[in-house]
Design a protein around this ligand. Structure first.
Ligand code: 6GP
Length: 833
């Protein structure tokens, strides 16, 4: 991309800044190719070269990693532990090069050897250890924690199979296994010595301790081991490296031995396989819970290893556990790790012989909980019977937490037994269930939502009773995303233009400095270059799409993108209705005012979510007709990007001009794609939902395309009775769009294929697609009007970027640090320079 000359010059500047030279990188690259991959240049495959580049990069961050560990140990630094069942990390190489400050060094070194760094970067398979928003947020937060110099450990599960790879066959989603570790993972370091036993099943019993006190203990029926695998997470512009510690399940050796001794070889091997299935696969459900026993086991496995590890670290560095909550603050990323509350209680009570009051004091001071969704089907509960069988001691502890808690409720709200029932950790019914969200709220001293509206709804609806009891416990921290990955890595041309326009690159670590673009917004030179940058990104995407799907995109048309998990509440089908409307208008010759558009979708559907899969089929069916109809082809095209993941997202964000954020108001907790698109200069068409509201305020209402019902209006309609068929009957265009879908035009004559979708819209429409249809179309007409004025559009695009600084995950992390965690930066000093 750059001419060798400037690459070499930039590499020199990087050398001065970092002390890392091109020549050393080159030498180490060849060494690693030889000593680790056992290859020399002439026979090395692209994968060998990638591995060599990855090890060479890793070598350079190890010194920082060790220094960080030493600093945190010596200073007894207060540490954030982020507990998350998911981390959607994305490829490491490019982002580590950026955060080390040696991108051009590596590029120059590779170029001299006749290698193309971009091609090596392409080789990396991303660790897809998450489903969507929640997992990607965890990854952004880990990077920002390091950037903000806050000591942190991210705890998670080292799934052998991450989120499935999505292929599209005959328009349908087909899932393929994601065997991401197959070719080795150069970024992790196994720590076989850091390993913990995790019990399951069995029973509890009482005994007398050495002071003759009656105590309880758990005798599990079987144990498995969790082994730590560590991945360093680099900060940008700091020497701090944080730790991502992922647990892999292995068979407990003692059990293996027992089986061997009794001659049961098969049994021993079988136990090993059984144990290892625990961390085998990530559940591919975005929001609805999976409800599977193995999933509860995974959750307990994560929590038990992590809490035991924290206790070990505490005993090794600080000493007695009384000060545990001063050393660690633990953030629960949704309810998946909520069992940590009961596990810490168990460890403090049963292993460390604390009283209930001591243990509860510590536990409650330790935990904080973030809620990521209001969707009722996503709120985790587990059958009491399952708990009894798998985690009997934890159930006892949960009962005791509940008993004390409900007494407190009764004391505050005399005689209000209905409230007591609503708030209980146990849902009574034909099957009694443990409410994980209630456990998380009761066990934490801070609870937060992820955008203003969401946090309000958490207080006003989801946890209303709890907010009345403990109003001070509830907070909002609006999400953010890391500009390193989503601008610097994903969109180097834009990054360069911003840096040149602002005169420095400080915006990368302090995103509010993007404001410096604002005075230049009317500068014709900047506008021209801004357009060129967008066009080049569109060309890149078009090229990729052609090769990946065979679909030809026209870079002269507007790129209108909706990329996120496929879910009815996100309303990809509303977007399809818009496309069908455009199609019909073009067919009828009503092209006045229309702007040529390319509609691009990306996103996975949970494998068991029939309606979401049907939406994917519909998108591809419409694409097939539209793309093969020469009469409409000059105006619109439709493309479905297969396998939307972090890597593919990085191709999409820079190329998008219009970002579709069209969920039903009140349903999208925050959204973070909305921030990524906007950071890359796309304008948003969106509802007043999640963080859209705050993005609109930040960029200015005049630079945002708003439509649709408000959350309040949605609630009103739900209360007064929503009748979607009235919209169908009263809006001829809407009727004709739905009828066209049912006509068989998009399904080779099959008039039944899309019925489940259209019938549901006409008769139930739980996400009010029909109610927002007309407003959406009108808003899209306004989009067309403004797009026809490129200068105005570009101005709006520049202003979106200039004012998006608030949505950096650095800001979010600083808010957590001050308001929730009470933790400050602990800079790691660069002693070598
Ligand atoms: C998602 C929310 O749907 C999304 O709006 C938000 O931006 C993201 O979390 C990060 O906060 N929720 C999940 O992915 C999820 O699984 C249980 O929630």
């Amino acid at each position: 991309m750059n001419s060798p000359d400037t690459t070499v010059q930039q590499a020199k500047r990087e050398h001065t800044r970092t002390g890392m030279s091109k020549d050393a990188f080159q030498r180490d690259l060849l060494d690693n190719l030889f000593y680790i991959q056992g290859r020399f240049r002439e026979v090395a495959t692209p994968h060998d070269l990638y591995m060599a580049a990855a090890y060479t990069t890793r070598d350079r961050l190890l010194a920082r990693w060790v220094k960080s560990a030493q600093t945190f140990k010596a200073t007894h630094a207060r540490t954030v532990c982020y507990l998350s069942a998911e981390y959607l990390l994305g490829p490491h190489l490019a982002s580590n090069l950026v955060n080390l400050g040696i991108t051009e060094t590596a590029r120059a070194a590779a170029e001299e050897l006749g290698m193309d760094m971009d091609a090596l970067i392409e080789e990396e398979e991303e660790p897809g250890l998450g489903n969507g928003g929640l997992g990607r947020l965890a990854a952004c937060f880990m990077e920002s924690l390091a950037t903000c110099q806050i000591p942190a450990i991210g705890y998670g599960i080292r799934y052998e199979f991450g989120i499935f790879k999505q292929a599209i066959e005959d328009g349908w989603q087909v899932e393929k296994g994601d065997n991401w570790l197959r070719n080795g993972n150069p970024w992790e370091i196994p720590r076989p010595k850091i390993s913990f036993a995790v019990g399951f099943g069995g029973h509890t019993e009482s005994y007398r301790d050495e002071r003759s006190q009656v105590r309880l203990r758990w005798q599990p029926a079987f144990e498995i081991r969790g082994v730590a695998y560590d991945t360093p997470i680099l900060g940008y512009g700091s020497q701090n490296v944080n730790l991502l510690r992922l647990w892999k399940a292995e068979a407990s050796e003692s059990l293996d031995l027992q089986a061997f001794n009794t001659g049961d070889y098969y049994g021993a091997v079988h136990a090993k396989i059984e144990a290892e299935t625990l961390s085998k696969v990530l559940y591919p459900n975005d929001e609805p819970e999976a409800g599977k026993e193995l999933r509860l086991k995974q959750q307990y496995f994560l929590v038990s290893c992590s809490m035991q590890d924290m206790i070990r670290l505490h005993l090794n560095t600080v000493g007695p556990l009384e000060g545990f909550a001063d050393k660690f603050t633990v953030q629960l990323n949704d309810t998946h790790p909520a069992l940590a509350v009961a596990e810490l209680m168990r460890l403090l009570l049963d292993r460390h012989a604390m009283t209930w009051e001591e243990a509860w004091g510590i536990t409650h001071k330790t935990f904080c909980y973030t809620n990521h969704t209001l969707l009722p089907e996503a709120l985790e509960t587990w059958p009491v019977s399952l708990f009894e069988r798998l985690l009997p001691r934890h159930l006892e502890i949960i009962y005791e937490i509940n008993r004390r808690f409900l007494d407190e409720v009764r004391m505050r709200f005399l005689g209000d037994e209905a409230r007591v029932r609503r708030m209980s950790l146990i849902a009574e019914g034909h099957e009694r269930r443990v409410r994980m969200a209630h456990l998380a709220v009761v066990g934490s001293h801070a609870v937060n939502g992820v955008a203003k509206l969401h946090s309000y709804l958490v207080k006003a609806m989801l946890f209303k009773d709890f907010a009345e009891l403990w109003p001070e416990r509830f907070h909002n921290v609006t999400n953010g995303v890391t500009p390193r990955r989503f601008v610097v890595v994903a969109n180097p041309r834009l990054a360069k233009l911003i840096t040149e326009t602002c005169g420095q690159d400080d915006w990368i670590r302090d995103l509010e400095q993007l404001r410096a673009l604002e005075p230049h917004v009317d500068d014709a030179g900047l506008q021209g270059r801004w357009q060129e940058v967008k066009r080049a990104a569109k060309q890149d995407l078009a090229q990729w799409m052609k090769q990946a799907t065979g679909i030809e995109l026209d870079p002269e048309s507007m790129f209108d993108v909706q990329a996120k998990r496929i879910h009815e509440y996100k309303r990809q089908h509303l977007k399809v209705l818009h496309i069908v409307r455009c199609y019909q208008r073009i067919k009828q010759g009503q092209v006045q005012g229309l702007v040529p558009r390319t509609f691009i979708f990306g996103g996975k559907a949970a494998p068991g979510y029939f309606m979401a899969k049907l939406i994917i089929k519909l998108i591809n069916a419409v694409a097939e007709v539209v793309n093969n109809d020469p009469q409409v082809n000059d105006w619109i095209r439709v493309a479905f990007m297969p396998d939307f993941n972090v890597k593919n997202g990085q191709r999409l964000y820079p190329a998008a001009e219009l970002s579709e954020q069209i969920s039903l108001a009140g349903k999208e907790a925050s959204g973070t794609g909305n921030m990524k698109f906007s950071m890359n200069g796309a304008l948003t068409i969106g509802t007043l939902d999640g963080a859209n509201i705050e993005i609109r305020e930040a960029v200015g209402p005049e630079n945002f395309f708003l439509f649709g019902l408000t959350a309040e209006e949605v609630l009103q309609r739900q209360m007064t009775g929503y009748r979607p068929w009235e919209y169908y009957q009263n809006d001829p265009e809407l009727k004709s769009d739905l009828d066209l879908i049912n006509s068989g035009l998009f399904s080779h004559g099959d008039t039944q294929l899309f019925r489940p979708l259209t019938d549901n819209l006409i008769n139930h429409d739980p996400f009010m697609v029909l109610a927002d249809y007309r407003a959406y179309l009108e808003c899209q007409e306004q989009v067309d009007r403004i797009y026809r004025d490129p200068e105005r559009w570009t101005r709006m695009s520049i202003l979106n970027v200039a004012r998006i600084g608030y949505f950096s995950s650095d800001r979010a992390i600083r808010e957590y640090a001050e308001r929730i965690w009470q933790v400050g930066p602990q800079p790691v000093l660069d002693t070598e320079h």
